[in-house]
Design a protein around this ligand. Sequence first.
Ligand SMILES: [Zn+2]
Ligand SMILES: [Zn+2]
Length: 260
Amino acid sequence: MINIHGVRGSIPNSSQHTLRYGGNTPCVEIKTSKFQLIFDCGSGFSKVNLFNNLQTIIFISHFHHDHIQGLAFNNFENLTNKKIIITSAHSHKTDTFNKLSSYYNAPYFPIKFMELNKNFEFLEFEDVISKFRDLEIKSINLNHPGNCSGYSIVEDNKKFCYLLDNEYEECQKIELIKFCNNSDTIIWDGMFLDDELLSKKGWGHSSVEQGIDFFNQIKVKNFLISHHSPSRTDNQIDEIQKRFSLTNIKFASENEVIDF
Ligand SMILES: [Zn+2]
Ligand SMILES: [Zn+2]
Protein backbone atom coordinates (compact mmCIF):
# COMPACT_ATOMS: atom_id res chain seq x y z
CA MET A 1 0.00 0.00 0.00
CA ILE A 2 1.32 3.44 -0.93
CA ASN A 3 0.29 6.36 1.26
CA ILE A 4 0.98 9.86 0.05
CA HIS A 5 1.52 12.24 2.96
CA GLY A 6 2.95 15.30 1.21
CA VAL A 7 2.84 16.63 -2.35
CA ARG A 8 3.88 20.28 -2.14
CA GLY A 9 7.26 21.55 -3.32
CA SER A 10 9.53 24.01 -1.52
CA ILE A 11 7.26 25.18 1.30
CA PRO A 12 4.08 23.91 2.93
CA ASN A 13 0.96 25.78 1.91
CA SER A 14 -1.98 25.42 4.22
CA SER A 15 -4.95 27.30 2.85
CA GLN A 16 -8.53 26.82 1.77
CA HIS A 17 -7.20 26.71 -1.83
CA THR A 18 -4.96 23.67 -1.22
CA LEU A 19 -7.32 21.52 0.84
CA ARG A 20 -7.98 18.86 -1.80
CA TYR A 21 -4.47 18.20 -3.14
CA GLY A 22 -2.82 19.07 0.17
CA GLY A 23 -0.26 21.52 1.48
CA ASN A 24 2.44 19.37 3.09
CA THR A 25 5.91 18.96 1.62
CA PRO A 26 7.03 15.56 0.22
CA CYS A 27 6.68 12.27 2.06
CA VAL A 28 5.57 8.95 0.56
CA GLU A 29 5.13 5.75 2.56
CA ILE A 30 4.98 2.18 1.28
CA LYS A 31 3.71 -0.47 3.64
CA THR A 32 4.26 -4.19 3.02
CA SER A 33 3.87 -7.20 5.30
CA LYS A 34 7.37 -6.64 6.74
CA PHE A 35 8.43 -3.12 5.80
CA GLN A 36 7.49 0.49 6.12
CA LEU A 37 9.48 2.39 3.50
CA ILE A 38 9.45 6.17 3.68
CA PHE A 39 10.66 8.43 0.90
CA ASP A 40 11.64 11.86 2.23
CA CYS A 41 10.57 13.58 5.40
CA GLY A 42 8.91 16.80 4.35
CA SER A 43 6.18 18.12 6.64
CA GLY A 44 3.96 15.20 5.53
CA PHE A 45 6.15 12.89 7.65
CA SER A 46 4.37 14.15 10.77
CA LYS A 47 1.30 12.15 9.66
CA VAL A 48 3.12 8.83 9.22
CA ASN A 49 2.06 6.21 11.75
CA LEU A 50 5.33 4.53 12.73
CA PHE A 51 4.73 0.85 13.47
CA ASN A 52 6.64 -1.07 16.12
CA ASN A 53 6.18 -4.36 14.27
CA LEU A 54 7.51 -3.28 10.86
CA GLN A 55 11.07 -2.51 9.75
CA THR A 56 11.01 1.19 8.93
CA ILE A 57 13.54 2.53 6.42
CA ILE A 58 13.71 6.22 5.54
CA PHE A 59 15.23 7.08 2.15
CA ILE A 60 16.35 10.70 1.87
CA SER A 61 16.57 11.99 -1.72
CA HIS A 62 18.62 15.08 -0.79
CA PHE A 63 18.83 17.63 2.00
CA HIS A 64 16.84 20.61 0.75
CA HIS A 65 14.63 21.68 3.63
CA ASP A 66 11.33 20.64 2.04
CA HIS A 67 12.57 17.00 2.14
CA ILE A 68 13.76 16.90 5.75
CA GLN A 69 11.74 19.52 7.64
CA GLY A 70 9.23 16.98 9.05
CA LEU A 71 11.73 14.46 10.43
CA ALA A 72 11.58 15.68 14.04
CA PHE A 73 7.80 15.84 14.12
CA ASN A 74 6.47 12.38 14.83
CA ASN A 75 5.47 10.47 17.96
CA PHE A 76 8.84 8.92 18.74
CA GLU A 77 7.90 8.70 22.46
CA ASN A 78 5.43 5.91 21.63
CA LEU A 79 8.06 3.67 20.07
CA THR A 80 9.55 1.01 22.26
CA ASN A 81 13.13 0.25 21.25
CA LYS A 82 12.17 0.60 17.62
CA LYS A 83 15.06 1.13 15.22
CA ILE A 84 14.37 3.36 12.24
CA ILE A 85 16.96 3.07 9.51
CA ILE A 86 17.89 6.31 7.78
CA THR A 87 19.81 6.07 4.53
CA SER A 88 20.55 8.10 1.43
CA ALA A 89 22.18 7.29 -1.88
CA HIS A 90 23.08 10.98 -1.95
CA SER A 91 25.56 10.87 0.97
CA HIS A 92 27.55 8.52 3.14
CA LYS A 93 25.99 7.75 6.52
CA THR A 94 28.20 10.07 8.60
CA ASP A 95 27.57 12.87 6.13
CA THR A 96 23.82 12.18 6.25
CA PHE A 97 23.91 12.27 10.06
CA ASN A 98 26.01 15.45 10.12
CA LYS A 99 23.73 17.30 7.71
CA LEU A 100 20.59 16.38 9.64
CA SER A 101 22.33 17.09 12.92
CA SER A 102 23.29 20.63 11.91
CA TYR A 103 19.76 21.26 10.58
CA TYR A 104 18.20 20.05 13.85
CA ASN A 105 20.43 22.10 16.09
CA ALA A 106 20.93 25.70 17.24
CA PRO A 107 20.31 28.26 15.91
CA TYR A 108 17.69 26.54 13.70
CA PHE A 109 16.20 24.15 16.26
CA PRO A 110 15.69 24.23 20.05
CA ILE A 111 17.29 20.86 20.92
CA LYS A 112 20.00 18.60 19.50
CA PHE A 113 17.33 16.37 18.04
CA MET A 114 19.46 13.91 16.06
CA GLU A 115 21.76 13.25 19.03
CA LEU A 116 18.86 12.84 21.48
CA ASN A 117 16.69 10.55 19.37
CA LYS A 118 17.52 6.91 20.16
CA ASN A 119 15.43 5.34 17.38
CA PHE A 120 17.58 6.28 14.41
CA GLU A 121 20.20 4.01 12.92
CA PHE A 122 22.21 5.39 10.01
CA LEU A 123 23.26 2.93 7.32
CA GLU A 124 25.17 3.24 4.06
CA PHE A 125 22.85 2.93 1.08
CA GLU A 126 24.87 -0.03 -0.28
CA ASP A 127 24.47 -1.82 3.07
CA VAL A 128 20.70 -1.33 2.98
CA ILE A 129 20.64 -2.86 -0.54
CA SER A 130 22.55 -5.93 0.59
CA LYS A 131 20.77 -6.29 3.94
CA PHE A 132 17.29 -6.23 2.37
CA ARG A 133 17.88 -8.02 -0.94
CA ASP A 134 14.24 -9.02 -1.33
CA LEU A 135 13.36 -5.33 -1.79
CA GLU A 136 15.53 -4.87 -4.92
CA ILE A 137 16.43 -1.29 -4.07
CA LYS A 138 18.08 0.88 -6.73
CA SER A 139 18.96 4.55 -7.04
CA ILE A 140 19.54 6.96 -9.89
CA ASN A 141 21.27 10.35 -9.96
CA LEU A 142 18.84 13.11 -10.76
CA ASN A 143 19.55 16.55 -12.20
CA HIS A 144 19.18 18.96 -9.28
CA PRO A 145 21.34 21.69 -7.68
CA GLY A 146 23.63 19.84 -5.26
CA ASN A 147 22.42 16.53 -6.77
CA CYS A 148 19.51 14.36 -5.75
CA SER A 149 18.85 10.61 -5.67
CA GLY A 150 15.79 8.95 -7.16
CA TYR A 151 14.82 5.48 -5.94
CA SER A 152 13.13 2.34 -7.19
CA ILE A 153 11.88 -0.55 -5.09
CA VAL A 154 10.56 -3.89 -6.28
CA GLU A 155 8.62 -5.91 -3.75
CA ASP A 156 6.46 -8.91 -4.52
CA ASN A 157 6.81 -8.15 -8.27
CA LYS A 158 5.50 -4.60 -7.80
CA LYS A 159 7.77 -1.72 -8.83
CA PHE A 160 7.69 1.79 -7.41
CA CYS A 161 9.82 4.76 -8.59
CA TYR A 162 10.32 8.01 -6.72
CA LEU A 163 11.76 10.82 -8.87
CA LEU A 164 11.60 14.09 -6.89
CA ASP A 165 13.47 16.55 -7.43
CA ASN A 166 14.64 16.47 -11.04
CA GLU A 167 15.14 19.03 -13.82
CA TYR A 168 14.51 16.77 -16.78
CA GLU A 169 16.97 16.90 -19.66
CA GLU A 170 16.86 15.01 -22.93
CA CYS A 171 20.23 13.38 -22.08
CA GLN A 172 18.59 11.59 -19.10
CA LYS A 173 15.98 9.93 -21.28
CA ILE A 174 17.58 6.54 -22.04
CA GLU A 175 18.79 5.93 -18.49
CA LEU A 176 15.54 7.14 -16.94
CA ILE A 177 13.37 5.00 -19.23
CA LYS A 178 15.47 1.97 -18.33
CA PHE A 179 15.21 2.80 -14.63
CA CYS A 180 11.43 3.32 -14.69
CA ASN A 181 10.13 0.90 -17.27
CA ASN A 182 7.43 -1.56 -16.25
CA SER A 183 6.76 0.29 -13.03
CA ASP A 184 3.47 0.01 -11.24
CA THR A 185 3.75 3.51 -9.79
CA ILE A 186 6.00 6.47 -10.64
CA ILE A 187 6.10 9.76 -8.75
CA TRP A 188 7.24 12.52 -11.15
CA ASP A 189 8.41 16.05 -10.34
CA GLY A 190 5.98 18.31 -12.22
CA MET A 191 6.40 21.48 -10.22
CA PHE A 192 6.13 23.78 -13.22
CA LEU A 193 4.43 24.15 -16.57
CA ASP A 194 6.63 24.59 -19.66
CA ASP A 195 6.06 28.36 -19.80
CA GLU A 196 6.96 28.72 -16.11
CA LEU A 197 10.15 26.70 -16.63
CA LEU A 198 11.53 29.45 -18.88
CA SER A 199 12.22 31.66 -15.86
CA LYS A 200 13.09 28.76 -13.52
CA LYS A 201 16.04 27.25 -15.33
CA GLY A 202 18.52 25.81 -12.83
CA TRP A 203 15.97 25.54 -10.01
CA GLY A 204 16.03 21.76 -10.42
CA HIS A 205 12.47 20.87 -11.39
CA SER A 206 10.59 19.50 -14.39
CA SER A 207 7.31 20.40 -16.03
CA VAL A 208 3.96 18.70 -16.29
CA GLU A 209 4.41 18.61 -20.10
CA GLN A 210 7.77 16.82 -19.75
CA GLY A 211 6.00 14.32 -17.51
CA ILE A 212 3.31 13.69 -20.14
CA ASP A 213 5.99 13.21 -22.79
CA PHE A 214 7.91 10.79 -20.55
CA PHE A 215 4.74 8.89 -19.63
CA ASN A 216 4.06 8.29 -23.34
CA GLN A 217 7.41 6.52 -23.74
CA ILE A 218 7.18 4.03 -20.90
CA LYS A 219 5.00 1.30 -19.50
CA VAL A 220 3.50 2.24 -16.13
CA LYS A 221 0.18 1.77 -14.37
CA ASN A 222 0.04 4.80 -12.07
CA PHE A 223 1.87 7.94 -13.13
CA LEU A 224 1.57 10.63 -10.48
CA ILE A 225 2.76 14.21 -10.86
CA SER A 226 3.85 15.70 -7.54
CA HIS A 227 6.02 18.41 -5.92
CA HIS A 228 3.30 20.87 -6.89
CA SER A 229 4.29 24.51 -6.98
CA PRO A 230 3.41 25.95 -3.55
CA SER A 231 1.21 28.63 -5.09
CA ARG A 232 -0.77 26.21 -7.31
CA THR A 233 -4.37 26.08 -6.12
CA ASP A 234 -6.66 23.03 -6.25
CA ASN A 235 -8.69 24.66 -9.03
CA GLN A 236 -5.57 25.42 -11.05
CA ILE A 237 -4.46 21.79 -10.79
CA ASP A 238 -7.93 20.64 -11.92
CA GLU A 239 -7.72 23.08 -14.80
CA ILE A 240 -4.31 21.70 -15.90
CA GLN A 241 -5.71 18.15 -15.70
CA LYS A 242 -8.55 19.20 -18.03
CA ARG A 243 -6.42 21.29 -20.38
CA PHE A 244 -4.16 18.33 -21.21
CA SER A 245 -7.07 15.84 -21.12
CA LEU A 246 -5.10 13.67 -18.76
CA THR A 247 -6.77 10.36 -18.12
CA ASN A 248 -3.94 8.03 -17.17
CA ILE A 249 -1.84 10.67 -15.44
CA LYS A 250 -2.90 12.02 -12.07
CA PHE A 251 -1.79 14.86 -9.85
CA ALA A 252 -0.78 13.35 -6.54
CA SER A 253 -2.93 14.33 -3.62
CA GLU A 254 -2.29 14.09 0.08
CA ASN A 255 -3.88 11.21 2.00
CA GLU A 256 -4.19 9.28 -1.26
CA VAL A 257 -3.79 5.52 -0.88
CA ILE A 258 -2.69 3.41 -3.85
CA ASP A 259 -2.48 -0.36 -4.09
CA PHE A 260 1.05 -1.69 -4.20
ZN1 LIG B 1 11.93 19.71 -3.22
ZN1 LIG C 1 15.46 20.10 -3.90
